[in-house]
Design a protein around this ligand. Sequence first.
Ligand code: SF4
Length: 428
Amino acid sequence: MNSITRIETPFISTAVPTANPTAIPTKVPTELDAQLSRIDAGIARILRRSLHGETLSTADACLLFETGGDEYRALLACADQVRHNRVGDSASFVITRNINFTNVCYMGCRFCNFAKSREHSEAEFLSFEEIADRAEQAWQRGATEVCVQGGLHPDIDKDFYRNLLIAIKQRVPDIHIHAFSPFEIWYGAKKARQTPDAFLRDLKAHGLGSMPGTAAEILDVEVRKQLTKNKLTTEAWVEIVKAAHRVGIRTTATIMYGHVDQPRHWAEHLALLREIQQQTGGFTEFVPLGFIHYETALYNDNPDQVRPGPTREEHFKMHAVARLMLQGQIDNIQASWVKMGPDVASQMLRAGANDLGGTLMNESISRAAGGSHGQEVQPEDMVAHIHRAGLRAVQRRTLYQTERVYPQAESQAAFCPPARQIAVAEGF
Ligand code: SF4
């Protein structure tokens, strides 16, 4: 492994991001300019606007999602350039451990194969002692964070989420607890008969550091109805995320794509996240999560109507269009190795993304749905994947403070094809 330099200042500001046109080069790099001059004039106009830091509309995003051939390759190249403009030539990862404290859940989301009934032979509900043990083991292995989520177990009482935080903090006071989806917050607040704001304020006081913005799926009423009858509504997801931001708890933002959704839903989802960020500034990053279909009722009951996850090209487009749509608002775009595999995820780093997420140690939700990319990526492999993409590797903390920088060996420079060259080489 390369030598390690510890630096103190964050490499990406955690302050509320705002568009900063003075940081955006007014001149488009020559090679990219030539590439844009050879494609459809309408698409080129949209891409040039994004290179100058301008805000794209949902209609613009829909057109970009429809691109193919040279226009598609130009989209990836522009996303790579905007990534460079906004966050420079670093890409990051965080050492974290997933702790899924229970898989018992009765919400019946049809895309989920993680949930079990309490009578199921594989049903699990970890004690606070076991959860604290796992957090301590993670800390001893260098983790700065634990990511704690679980099903909505009927035995969860009004104090459960608070007591879970207390158990971890008593054992490992300095670990960052990134925990509880907006759905879990909705459930806990109902049990405690509190408003989301009051419930979240109490959790923050007991050690909640930040929240995953999961359970978003697609923030569209009709699509959500097909995914699950009982799941949190779009309005409730937005309200809980805004409540978290109001009380000073930052969250990620996610999308789950590639099932019954269409590009217009993706564009509207991105526009809604951007609008929330303009109001609150509380999102740390955007994490596209491709649907994994193998073991899900959603796909297996309707294989003619439900897509088996996104295509490879759709993965690239999602990361690229998100970079352009969200620039100046949410400037960290994460590529999920759990969903795409580490090799494809690291290619996203040259198509708009700048983060590979967590090492995880115990990934189990995607595995239950038939995901095959393993439970853990070692930190040295994260560094190698980032270097292979031609970027400087940074181990970050949850809120994007720099933990360690891994200088890139000079020899790596020869091996850093930008997305447009990857696209040509791989024929898509
Ligand atoms: S996605 Fe979450 S809420 Fe839905 S069934 Fe699975 S564990 Fe329960």
